[in-house]
Design a protein around this ligand. Structure first.
Ligand SMILES: Cc1cc2nc3c(=O)[nH]c(=O)nc-3n(C[C@H](O)[C@H](O)[C@H](O)COP(=O)(O)O)c2cc1C
Length: 370
């Protein structure tokens, strides 16, 4: 009996296994609107065998995009563009669909990674980023504008409005982004947050805005559908955000009925020194789970079925999320199920691919011809 292929319940959402396709920016939208690339990409990975697919970081307002190509859901055009993508997934796949909401804060107005990823100056078609403080991500870069109270209210409302649009699109779950150096992580981390008002300074103050946003999203999304959150557990920089603070943050989120915490790390400073290796962030997920009992997802260099199985079976995390491994092998879930004795939902068009040695892999299937 595979632990990875055992069911889990997130609020009203029943998942058949513990695998999520992690959110992955495609930098391929125009004006935030999904197009043929998103249609193909999302439909492809919706057949991975993972019980949940998380749509990439989706900006809640245009200036919150990392790059000009980032996906958005801030207006009717964005909502209409996603509609046929979701409809197609629903037609052909049983995967649950989550979406990661997004605001890049001071890391907005960047080139796509394949164009170098650097800040786009205003003169070259960039836009003015806003962040917790007037402190650039990288020394020497143009300074972001610090949010005033009205700006914070605008962003909070934008998160809630996007959550309502996501609910209308029929999405099953939402993930609030507090990782990788984007806006809400910038509030948490003393490296990016130098405010002297109620949103800066003490841990309680630095957590305030991310918690307000979480509450706003939770309130805007139907009560039976789960809302989780991705956090960077540590900044990998001396004096930055760290694991004890993450655990305090997780305790606050638990009080607000969070449905899962997906534990990543890094992204707030170019000075970070990351100790990379297989499953390198799993101990952070384990620490959060042990300290708080919140449902956790482990992510980061989880590539092998047996590795994922061990993480879940040993109680280090409740679920795993895979990103690059899924791009490399978009049927990763099928292959993991074959290796671990699990079962996956596969559309009938593909049933004939079931290996002769794996009679139960796709469940009960029948196929006749004459
Ligand atoms: C192409 C690509 C795009 C990504 N976009 C996002 C994103 O939209 N939001 C996010 O939180 N992380 C993003 N990530 C990070 C992944 O979700 C994941 O945390 C990271 O790649 C580590 O997992 P992996 O080793 O399985 O790839 C992205 C990663 C890749 C490779």
């Amino acid at each position: 009996m595979s632990a990875l292929f055992s069911p889990i319940q997130l609020r009203g959402l029943a998942l058949k296994n513990r695998i999520m396709v992690a959110p992955m920016c495609q930098y391929s939208a125009l004006n935030g609107e999904a197009n043929d690339w998103h249609f193909t990409h999302i439909n492809n990975l919706a057949l991975s065998g993972a019980a949940m697919f998380c749509i990439e970081a989706t900006a809640v307002e245009a200036i919150g995009r990392i790059t000009p190509g980032c996906l958005g859901l801030w207006n009717d055009a964005c909502e209409a563009a996603l509609k046929p993508v979701i409809a197609s997934v629903r037609k052909h796949s049983k995967t649950a669909i989550a979406m990661q909401l997004a605001h890049a804060g001071r890391k907005a107005s960047s080139h796509t990674p394949w164009d170098g990823g650097q800040l786009i100056p205003l003169a070259d078609g960039g836009w003015q980023p806003e962040g917790p403080s007037a402190v650039p991500h990288k020394d020497g870069e143009a300074t972001p504008r610090a949010f005033d109270e009205a700006g914070l209210a605008r962003v909070r409302d934008a998160f809630a409005a996007t959550a309502r649009r996501a609910a209308r699109l029929g999405l099953d779950a939402l993930a609030v982004p507090c990782a990788h150096g984007y806006l809400l992580h910038q509030f948490l981390s003393p490296i990016a947050n130098r405010r002297s008002d109620q949103y800066g300074g003490s841990l309680q103050n630095r957590m305030r805005f991310p918690l307000e946003v979480f509450e706003a999203v939770r309130a805007a999304f139907p009560a039976d559908r789960p809302v989780g959150l991705r956090v960077s557990a540590i900044d990998w920089v001396e004096g930055g955000w760290d694991l004890p603070q993450t655990i305090e943050f997780a305790r606050e989120l638990k009080k607000r009925d969070i449905d899962w915490i997906d534990v990543s790390s890094g992204g707030v400073s170019p000075l970070q020194k990351i100790a990379l290796g297989p499953g390198y962030q799993v101990p952070f997920a384990q620490a959060v789970r042990e300290a708080t009992g919140v449902t956790t997802m482990a992510v980061g260099l989880i590539t092998e079925p047996k590795q994922a199985e061990e993480i879940v079976a040993s109680g280090k995390a409740d679920m795993v999320a895979l990103a690059r491994g899924m791009l490399y092998d978009p049927r990763w879930g099928w292959h993991a199920a074959a290796e671990l004795g699990g079962q996956v939902d596969v559309p009938p068009q593909y049933w004939r691919s079931q290996p002769s040695t794996q009679k139960a892999l796709f469940g009960t299937t029948t196929f006749g011809t004459r």
